[in-house]
Design a protein around this ligand. Structure first.
Ligand code: ADP
Ligand code: MG
Length: 411
């Protein structure tokens, strides 16, 4: 179940900053649906924007100050006049909004002269669901709206958020996170051809559900292992005489792979077949054939396990348990691997009780930590939420007052 979302972002903003916000923006987290390590190999990836969000409420600060508050944190932080400053420790979250603010200048977009900004979220940070991209995009929409620019195209929004994360926070992420959060559409997945990048939508049946089993165990050497896989892929492409592994079909690879060192042959096989699986998944989704999609997801995991060696025994066990369940179409590790989370695609009838039974069997098998379970649906991408103030009226559908704070503005 979703954790409770704040009842009233407006009330919280007023309590902190002493007046009402003038804009509210929301950006979703994302799940890597399929396309494992294909991005930096010139391939494609399918992402799902999910119904867990970061919200950003903001108002101009007439004194030209830049003040920020994230619900759950102790204090309001103020940006220094030197935007090159980096925050550390519990304040380090401010590097994301600061990075966005600095990126506006890099992109020749208008910056609001001063602002007060409140952030709230029901997206667990650091769970591989890209809360960082959601934070960047929610802040970007809020700040550009304050500066009078309300029509930022999603491709520019994605590029802006990625620029902030790459250059100002210092995380070398690809375009999946921000691209999916920007282009998300309820009832669809986001297809990203990473060479452009080129974004497209692929239908996702309403009857299908996404579940995350986050075992939270990350390998201590993850950054080094990730970089090592990257180098192995580049070395394999070079040995095969192609610019990018994703340019090869499985048949072409098979014809050429004979002379490759065994490790490089395994890595190349994963990438080339994964790229083919992304395309097959798109075709199967267009047909609405979830059984085939599920088989492709599980095949992706087995390839990670066998060829790319970026799975762990814990993730394998979760996939084994999920694969046996009749209401599960398929399951795979999601994200970079070496720990983290497993995603499952399920039928309607897969319930919280089924998820609890999976986790019970997982812990009974000797795993100490119970995985965090999230039930998700696809969602719309980052956007400003229009709020028409109606004097004295607060309803569930007013996102700044709504009891559930879901921010769905339908009136
Ligand atoms: P992920 O993107 O997978 O959630 P990251 O490590 O990339 O993990 O980003 C998590 C970081 O993003 C947090 O440590 C924090 O700095 C920032 N963050 C995410 N959500 C919030 C929030 N609601 N308020 C403040 N900072 C947040
Ligand atoms: Mg992140």
């Amino acid at each position: 179940m979703s954790p409770p979302v704040p009842g009233s972002i407006r009330a919280q903003f007023q309590a902190i900053f002493g007046r009402m916000p003038t804009v509210l923006a929301r950006a979703p987290g994302r799940v890597e649906f399929i396309g494992n390590h294909t991005d930096y190999n010139g391939g494609a990836v399918l992402g799902a924007a999910i119904d867990r969000y970061v919200w950003a409420a903001a108002a101009p600060n007439p004194a030209g100050r830049w003040r920020l508050f994230s619900v759950g944190n102790a204090a309001v932080l103020e940006l220094p006049s030197d935007p090159g400053t980096k925050f550390s420790g519990t304040d380090s979250w401010v590097n994301y909004p600061l990075g966005v603010w600095r990126s506006l200048r890099d992109f020749s977009l208008p910056q609001p002269p001063g602002f007060d900004l409140l952030v709230d979220s029901n997206l667990p940070p650091g769970a591989g669901l890209s809360s960082s991209a959601a934070l960047e995009l929610a802040v970007a929409v809020a700040l550009t709206s304050l500066a009078g620019k309300t029509d930022l195209p999603p491709a520019q929004l994605a590029a802006l958020g990625r620029h902030a994360e790459n250059h100002h926070v210092g995380v070398p992420c690809g375009i999946l996170d921000q691209g999916t959060s920007a282009f998300g559409r309820a009832g669809h997945l986001v297809h990203i051809d990473c060479r452009g990048p080129v974004f497209a939508h692929v239908p996702f049946p309403a009857a299908a559900h996404l579940w995350i089993f986050n075992n939270r165990g990350k390998h201590a050497l993850i950054d080094g292992l990730y970089a090592q896989r990257h180098e192995e892929c580049l070395a394999a492409a070079k040995a095969l005489g192609v610019a990018r592994l994703a340019d090869l079909t499985p048949a072409q690879l098979q014809a050429r792979a004979g002379g490759l060192p065994p490790v490089l042959a395994k890595r190349a096989r994963h990438i080339v077949e994964e790229q083919a699986r992304v395309q097959e998944t798109v075709t199967a989704l267009q047909r609405g054939d979830l059984a085939v999609v599920g088989r492709l997801l599980t095949a992706s995991h087995r390839s990670s396990q066998q060829w790319f060696e970026n799975s762990t025994p814990a993730l394998d066990q979760l996939v084994d348990l999920l694969e046996q369940h009749p209401a599960v179409f398929g399951a795979r590790l999601t994200g970079g691997g070496f720990g983290g989370a497993v995603m499952a695609l399920t039928r309607d009838r897969f319930t919280e009780a089924d998820a609890a039974e999976i986790t019970r069997r997982y812990t009974t098998a000797g795993h100490e930590r119970e995985p965090e379970v999230l039930h998700l649906q696809t969602a719309d991408g980052a956007r400003r939420i229009d709020w028409l103030p109606r004097a004295g009226v607060a309803t569930r559908t007013d996102p700044l007052n709504g009891e559930d704070g879901s921010g769905s503005s339908t009136t």
